[in-house]
Structure formats: C-alpha cells, structure tokens
Design a protein around this ligand. Structure first.
Ligand code: NAD
Length: 360
C-alpha cells in the first residue's frame, strides 16, 4: 500500500501559505505517494482545489486519521496532533522552541516530527532550506512596506518641480532577508547601506550595489551564523549607529541570532534622533525586535518616525512563498520517500538534525 501524503489548510491567523502546490503534488505522486488535501488548502495562496489534478480532496478529520505523512507550514494545533494516525510523520515549521505541550501529544501518537527550522545549513541542504526561501520573500516585502509607509520617494528624480534626492536606506543584518532587502531597495533607486557583524557580508553587500557600513564590530559565530555581542562590542556598535541614523530615512532590521531573542540594536533615543518622516521596519518583531520600540504586528509613531513590526511578510507573498516552500519540502521528503514507502536513514545528518520528535 502506498503511503498517504496529506496537506491541511493552515489555521494560524494571517497564514496564507500552503505546504503543497499542484506542482509538488504531481511530483509526490510520481514518488509513489497517494496525495490528498483538505478542501481549500491552497486557496489563499492562489491554488484552488481544481488545480490539484489527481489529488483527492478530503475533510480534515478524515485526513488526519489517514495521513502517514502530513505537510504543513505552521504546526497544527494540539487538538489536531491528538488525532494523528499512530506512527504518522509531520513536516513543517513546527516552532520546536515553543513550550506548549505538543511533544507529549506527538509522543502519545508515536509520531515523527521534522521541524524545518532545525535543518542543518550545509551545501546539500540548500534546496530544502525553508528559512532561506521564506526570508527571501520577507526581505523583499519589508522594503515594499517601508516604501509604502515612507513619505519620500526612494529614487532620485529630476522633475520640472525640482530635484528629489534619493532616500537613504540602512539594512541592519545582511543574512538572506537582509541581502534581498538591499537588492530590492537598490532596484527602487534608494541609496543603500548595510551592516552586519559577520565580516564576509561586506563583499555580499557591495556586490548588490550597497555600501558596507563599518561600525567596527565583528562577531562571526559557528555554522555561518552570528554570535551574541559582548557588552563592550554592543556599546561601540550603538554609539556609532546613533550618530549615523540621524542621516538615514529608512531602516530595515533583519538581525537575528538563532535560538535567542533578537539583538536590541536600535534604542528609543536613536529613533528620537531620526528625521521626521523616517521609517523603521523591524523584521525581527516576532522574536522581540531589533528596535526597542517595536510592537509585534503594529505600526506605531514615535515623534515623527513610524516603527512597523510586521509578522506576516512571507505570508503576504503567499503564492511564490508557497511555491518555494513546497519545493523545499519536496526535496526534503525526497530523502526518505522512495517508491511509495517512508524509509528514513537516521545516519543522514539532514534527517537526524531536522528531527524534533521521534518515538523512543
Ligand atoms: P539570521 O536570520 O539568523 O540573521 C540575520 C543576520 O543578522 C545575519 O547575517 C547575522 O549575522 C546578523 N546579525 C546578528 N546579530 C547582529 C547584530 N548584533 N548586528 C548586526 N547584524 C547582526 O541569518 P540567516 O539569514 O538565516 O543566515 C545567516 C548565514 O547563514 C549566512 O551566512 C548565510 O549565507 C548562511 N546560510 C547558509 C545556508 C546553507 O549553506 N544551506 C543557507 C542559508 C543561510
């Protein structure tokens, strides 16, 4: 009997993405799986049920009871996990750090859960890396949001009404999202600067037409990520940044340290020192914010400055974000779905590293 691979409709507020697209459904079927979706699973992302050719549409309750492998964007709620088929596998952005009792429910169902956040960041894993693909969309949308909130043009314009100077935009953190933000802001014609504590980002920022802002702090950590800064490093970074921000029109914050609250980089005093009409878009809002004033999910005004803490940037580009996410999952599941059978090789560092829960 081939395994049943199923995709539920996402239930988290504001979540429009879907973990399975018509394209990946076809490819999973070619790998021997029986593919099913919940009614409307892809509708918010622009994939109506009718586009999933050859896929059975089944109500949630029945899907949960039948699925050997369940694909999701965000974790299903506890009530859904409690109804999983015994021995089922679950793959998605499961937020393993959230201490909310889901481990016990998964253990009770003898389920195996892969949390894609835990995927090791090796070269072989790149095609499966959902954090990267979703960060790309989020970085792009963050700049569009900043342009929307800003009372200024981004490009330089020579008009009959005089010359408009280009906006000066600073991207804080030049990882995947930050580099996409830099590229997007350049395309909109802004003067772009970026900074990061990993020194290798200088070349990456410059190759996208940005200027590397050197604040004299370097903190490369392990696995290609940043480490937390020491108190002295932080003080130096802050003092130089405060001065620099007085001439900046738009800040896009993307700095993160995995598994930790976002580093606080922009203080309320720094925001107060910015020009009226300036904008801060804080992509780190979900993990506490890079800006002291950020409130998750809100746009607020501080003096003349707008501070936005959007939570749904990747979801707001749901169609392409879902296409990339679904392909990432296809590549990941392809590691252990062969001829319609689920057979994970636990010696594979990608599977072992991504596994969050496994029956003992
Ligand atoms: P991230 O989202 O964890 O962090 C975003 C950026 O914030 C990082 O560049 C980080 O250096 C920076 N940062 C952290 N603290 C800072 C501070 N105090 N001030 C300024 N900047 C700060 O990172 P990410 O975008 O997910 O990825 C970061 C790294 O991982 C990059 O080197 C990327 O090339 C690498 N990567 C590798 C793979 C792979 O090989 N499979 C995939 C994706 C990313």
């Amino acid at each position: 009997m081939p395994i049943v691979l199923a995709c539920l409709q996402e239930r988290a507020p504001g979540e429009r993405r879907v973990a399975l697209t018509p394209e990946t459904a076809r490819k999973f079927a070619a790998l021997g799986a029986t593919v099913r979706i919940e009614p409307g699973a892809g509708a918010e992302a622009g994939f109506p049920d009718a586009d999933y050719a050859g896929v059975e549409v089944q109500e949630r309750e029945a899907l949960l009871a039948a699925a050997d492998l369940l694909l999701c964007v965000q974790s299903p709620a506890g009530a859904d996990l409690a109804r999983l088929k015994p021995g089922a596998m679950l793959v998605g952005l499961l937020a393993p750090h959230r201490a909310d009792g889901r481990e016990a429910l998964l253990a009770e169902r003898r389920a195996t859960a892969f949390a894609m956040e835990k995927l090791p960041r090796t070269t072989r894993a790149q095609a499966m890396d959902v954090l990267s693909s979703q960060a790309g969309m989020a970085g792009y949308k963050a700049v569009l949001l900043a342009a929307q909130l800003s009372p200024r043009f981004f490009p330089m314009l020579s008009t009959a009404a005089g010359t408009i100077r280009p906006s000066k935009l600073l991207v804080v953190g030049a990882g995947v999202a930050g580099l996409q933000a830099i590229a997007t802001a350049r395309r909109l014609g802004a003067q772009v600067e970026g900074f990061d504590v990993r020194p290798e980002t200088r070349e990456q920022i410059e190759s996208l037409g940005g200027r590397f802002l050197d604040l004299g702090v370097s903190a490369a950590g392990s696995g290609g990520y940043a480490r937390e800064l020491s108190a002295e490093e932080r003080a130096l970074q802050q003092q130089r940044l405060a001065e620099h921000l007085k001439g900046i029109d738009v800040v896009v914050c993307t700095a993160a340290v995995p598994g930790r609250p976002a580093p606080r980089i922009i203080t309320a005093a720094m925001v107060a020192g910015m020009k009226p009409g300036s904008v801060v878009v804080d992509m780190a809002a979900e993990t506490g914010g890079n800006c002291e004033l950020t409130r998750p999910g809100e746009n607020l005004r501080h003096g003349g400055v707008t501070v936005a803490g959007p939570l749904d940037l990747a979801s707001s580009g749901a169609l392409h974000a879902s296409e990339m996410y679904a392909r990432n999952l296809l590549n990941f599941v392809g590691l252990f779905l062969k001829d319609g059978v689920l057979a994970p090789d636990w010696n594979d560092e990608l599977l072992a590293g991504t596994c969050w829960q496994r029956p003992g």
